[in-house]
Design a protein around this ligand. Sequence first.
Ligand code: GLN
Length: 488
Amino acid sequence: MSSTLTDLSMLELAAKLATREVSSVEATRASLQRIAQVDPKVRAFLRVDEPGALKAAEASDARRHAGSPASALDGVPVGLKDIFLTEGLETTCGSRILEGFVPPYDATVVRLLKEAGLPLVGKLNMDEFAMGSSNESSAYFPTHNPWDLTRTPGGSSGGSAAAVAAREVFGALGTDTGGSIRQPAAFTNTVGLKPTYGRVSRYGVIAFASSLDQPGPMARTVGDTAALFQLIARHDPRDSTSADVATPDCLTGLEDGVRGLKLGVPREYFTAGMDPEVEGTLRASLEEFERMGATLVDVSLPHTKYALATYYLLASSEASSNLARYDGIRYGQRAKDARGLKELYTQTRGQGFGAEVKRRIMLGTYALSAGYYDAYYLRAQKVRTLIREDFTRAFQQVDALVSPTSPVPAFKLGDKVDDPLSMYLMDVYTLPCNLAGLPGLSVPCGFTQAGLPVGLQILGRPFDEARLLRIARAFEREHDFFRRAVPV
Ligand code: GLN
């Protein structure tokens, strides 16, 4: 029973919970059993909260029994990237410096999921402070891709993607600053949505680059992604950049198809260096969209070539400022033998941060320093505007943009750890969307000969997530890649 139960989509499980064919306790136990069975190999979890999850499941079953479920997904067990503050449950953000840190409150999105009745099964591995594309910068251990355990599940929300793909949880939350929801989704045959900047609250989400960070849903199907998104897309007065817009209805028009839509294909996203199998799969997917009644339009986003440099300047600058708060005084770890305040700071930070985080802090501090500010930070801000304007122009012509999510399928663990630049290049197609604040989604679009998943990225106008989901669903309906059995 348990193995087939964990294969259900969130909406399929929700339907069985609604008819009380299955209880939330059964579903949560199945999830916990699956974790015990496969996580020693996948290593998606930093922490499993069995008592918390089962208690929430019992409460959910009691609500079902009383005929008053809290939401459409009441009782469906999910996981959380370890970047989300969870009251009373250790939260490390993949870093040693926060080892042992137990937050006194929940992130808004965590509170929303609890209020909606979803048992939270545990905290998922990630690159340290969400800096990375492979999960290898986690201070604890790398997560393995369930489709090939010698490969990365992507990053930084690699734990979330791997747990969803390996059927350890039915869905998860991740965050995306430059691609961290979409790239791991593409690497693991899962769906990931990075919402419009401001759509989902950042309150209680450990900050990396505050002008780019955005939490979002990760799941096995487009419908699940839409349902989870609707639970967290809420205005929040506690986040000063939260947009005061109504929660969208993404499920009603989900099956409406793509007939009559204009889909832009950005020339700059089909460049040399793309893996030939990824390119082949993508081209075939574009033809399918045409067959389904969409019109493909060749578009240009001319400033794309500056996006990577712009992103790494701005994200590192913001990170260097955000991470100043980890000083050994207020949070997490403190150096043991420091003499004096200055030594306490330098030793705590020296011991607590890993190499990638230190690299970003140094890059950012440099870009913000007097004398270099105008040449780097300020100029990057101006280029960011040009990149956003490219998108605004494109969206006057088309309804959405389609591209690869990642230039390559999942690469081998260890392949890129010594070459930060080649790791940064993983984000070329995902990070312009963050710079422009737009919504973006990755949906499975096939497999390579070696059985590695390939993802298709769909980018849209601000607050147009419902349309992105609808386009993704039109594609998914033709394939159902999510039924493919994961080999782990
Ligand atoms: N890989 C990118 C980085 O390292 C994006 C990370 C993210 O989106 N959190 O910055």
